[in-house]
Design a protein around this ligand. Structure first.
Ligand code: BGC
Length: 364
């Protein structure tokens, strides 16, 4: 498995290695070469997933420092007004490139358009801003993420040997285009099962802003509404998954009902080792941060690079130059690979009672 990670990493590096400089400075949004390059980054929040502060910030900082480029990374803490204020301040302070993880496409588009009008180049980081104007989109193949979740749930339900399992969906935020892509991915696996009457489609709900507390309430209602008859939970990320698991625990159903996730959070890895979570999807955020930093540094200097790939913006109809990285499914057997890749540490996962489970899972 370690090999698998290296392979993914190599593909990422090759893809980046093949980014070539190109002289296209049309569009009027090139950073002036007389300005000192400076990169602004706006992260979305620190609650919907721990990744933003613990992984994205860290890896972006490392990449900017290594390139010796000036930067400013801020977090909008889920507040759309604050998001716009931060963007305005960054533009005024003279950033030459701006990278955003939008809170929704509407405010994201306003920020991107404003930056563009001020000659600041932009990147959509992780989430595509629909109808937006970013020069680049850097993310993972998000439909592939959803497909791994769907396949993961099928694998775990097969292991549970439940006849005609009822599957509930806890989807991500309806304002996050990624949530739509994840759902397309897991639907592509699960819908044929519903259609063939092998599985039963249970409650299907979006969780506004990926809010973990609301997810617990929503899942509690789902259980009540089905009189406890939920056999599997397709949860779109680890935070939502953990919310479902906390409700299952209260009902003494944890471990009996497989739950999926995404992000390979330390807590999710513990849930997997304990048998309470079926799987998660690991996205090597370092690759994403490195790719975005490389493009941002070029843009900040008024240069362009070819990514060799585009993504169609379904709203604006634009083909956005993109870097899309490969996600990886994580089960109990390969939790160790996330640790070996340096994404989380053994100390974070193997605390207290988890020490023995770690040894069992080959984490040394
Ligand atoms: C990201 C996920 C994250 C979620 C909530 C999505 O856009 O791709 O990694 O868990 O947002 O922050």
């Amino acid at each position: 498995m370690r090999k698998g990670f290296l392979a993914v990493g190599t593909v990422g590096l090759l893809a980046l290695g093949s980014l070539t400089a190109c002289g296209d400075d049309s569009g009027g949004d090139q950073a002036g070469s007389d300005k000192t390059p400076k990169i602004g980054v706006i992260l979305p929040d620190s609650k919907s997933s721990v990744r933003w502060e613990t992984a994205d910030r860290k890896f972006l900082e490392e990449a900017f420092k290594a390139a010796n480029v000036d930067y400013d990374i801020q977090n909008a803490q889920g507040d759309k007004t604050q998001f716009q204020t931060i963007a305005d301040q960054m533009i005024t302070s003279g950033v030459t490139a701006l990278m955003i993880v939008n809170l929704d496409s509407g405010t994201g588009k306003a920020v991107l358009d404003k930056a563009k009008s001020q000659g600041v180049a932009t990147i959509d980081y992780d989430r595509l801003t629909l109808g937006g104007s970013a020069e680049y989109y850097v993310s993972f193949d998000n439909e592939a993420v959803g497909k791994l979740q769907g396949e993961g749930l099928v694998k775990c339900l097969t292991d549970q040997k439940v006849e005609k399992p009822v599957v509930a969906y806890l989807n991500g935020s309806p304002t996050d285009n990624n949530a739509t892509l994840f759902k397309n991915g897991y639907d592509s696996v699960l819908k044929p099962k519903f259609d063939a009457n092998e599985y039963v489609k249970g409650p299907d709900q979006d969780v506004p802003d990926w809010d973990n507390a609301q997810a617990a309430t929503i899942f509690e209602q789902m259980l009540t509404q089905t009189s406890g008859k939920i056999d599997g939970v397709l949860s779109a990320n680890d935070g939502l998954g953990n919310a479902a698991i906390s409700v299952l625990k209260k009902n003494k159903l944890n471990g009996k009902v497989p739950v999926t996730g995404q992000d390979a959070d330390p807590q999710a890895l513990q849930n997997i080792l304990a048998g309470d979570q079926c799987m998660t999807v690991y996205k090597a955020v370092k690759q994403e941060a490195d790719a975005a930093a490389e493009l941002a540094i070029a843009l900040a200097k008024g240069e362009r690079k070819e990514t060799g790939q585009t993504v169609k913006d379904p709203e604006g109809g634009r083909d956005v130059p993109a870097v899309l990285l490969t996600p990886q499914a994580i089960y109990k057997e390969n939790v160790k690979d996330v640790i070996a890749d340096g994404y989380v540490t053994k100390e974070q996962v193997c605390t207290g009672d988890f020490a023995a489970l770690c040894t069992e899972a080959g984490i040394s």
